[in-house]
Design a protein. Structure first.
Length: 263
């Protein structure tokens, strides 16, 4: 069954989303949310996460679960302008949206995040009991490089289209202070002992492997998968997708309950 386009509200912003549903019956268990990273390279904000619906449809079809990907504010067809607090809020509303549309079929959520999306996922998951597992692909351990040069990063966000309102943010100091307020490593520590898997390419030229190791060490019992020769965009690596599908399948097995129709 092909997925369908959707949308939901986050603090007055309309965010575009894509819902994946399995072709057959769905057993009650965790839904999956796939979170994209901050736009980089040739992909500007308007085209950000354009290939994610195909991956979410594959996850739903292969694993028999309801799943979703969406565009954070300031990217794709979603309204608004980028801020770290805004992206954290967006993911919180995304979890509520998936649980609402999934009804009795969704019992908890597994968050899958790539790059900055993974860092956001652990910060949200740490304080949300609805999140039963985290899979982080090439995550950053902090946002300190943004915090060190806030005006330069703000100009970059404007250049790629993640911020389009010239009056945003109202206060650069407040906007940049969020980069040190959210600490993925501390969040990983709080997320334990819930299951967490971190995947990283040992050829990643944007985020060092040491970031992955920091998150794994902080959690205390997380799985670490290092992919030889892999770069920053792990979702395009067949090995990474296979590892991800296998890990989510294990999470489903831990939490899935038979439906009454099957008994």
């Amino acid at each position: 069954m092909p997925g369908m386009d959707s949308s939901f509200e986050s603090h007055g912003h309309t965010l575009s989303a894509h819902i994946g549903r399995p072709p057959g019956a769905t057993a009650r268990g965790p839904g999956v949310i796939l979170c994209h990273g901050f736009p980089t390279g040739p992909l500007d904000a308007a085209r950000s996460a354009g290939t994610y619906p195909q991956l979410i449809d594959r996850i739903s079809s292969a694993l028999g679960c309801i799943s979703m990907t969406f565009n954070f504010r300031g990217t794709g067809q979603s309204d608004g302008d980028f801020s770290l607090q805004g992206w954290v809020d967006d993911l919180r509303y995304a979890i509520s949206h998936l649980i609402a549309i999934g009804g009795d079929d969704v019992d908890g959520v597994v968050l899958v995040g790539t790059n900055t999306g993974g860092s956001i996922a652990v910060c949200v998951g740490a304080d949300d009991p609805r999140v039963v597992g985290l899979a982080l692909l090439g995550p950053r351990a902090d946002f300190d490089d943004w915090a060190d040069h806030p005006r330069r990063f703000l100009e970059h966000a404007r250049e790629i289209g993640a911020i389009t309102d010239r009056k945003f943010p109202p206060s650069i100091d407040d906007w940049s202070r969020e980069f040190r307020r959210f600490r993925p490593v501390a969040a990983a520590r709080r997320f334990a002992p819930r299951p967490m898997m971190v995947m990283h390419g040992d050829d990643d030229d944007r985020v060092p492997v040491s970031d992955a190791r920091q998150l794994v060490t902080a959690h205390g019992n997380a799985e670490l998968s290092l992919l030889p020769g892999a770069g920053h965009r792990l979702r395009h690596d067949p090995r990474a997708v296979a590892i991800l599908l296998g890990w989510i399948d294990r999470m489903q097995a831990l939490h899935t309950h038979p439906s009454t129709a099957d008994t």
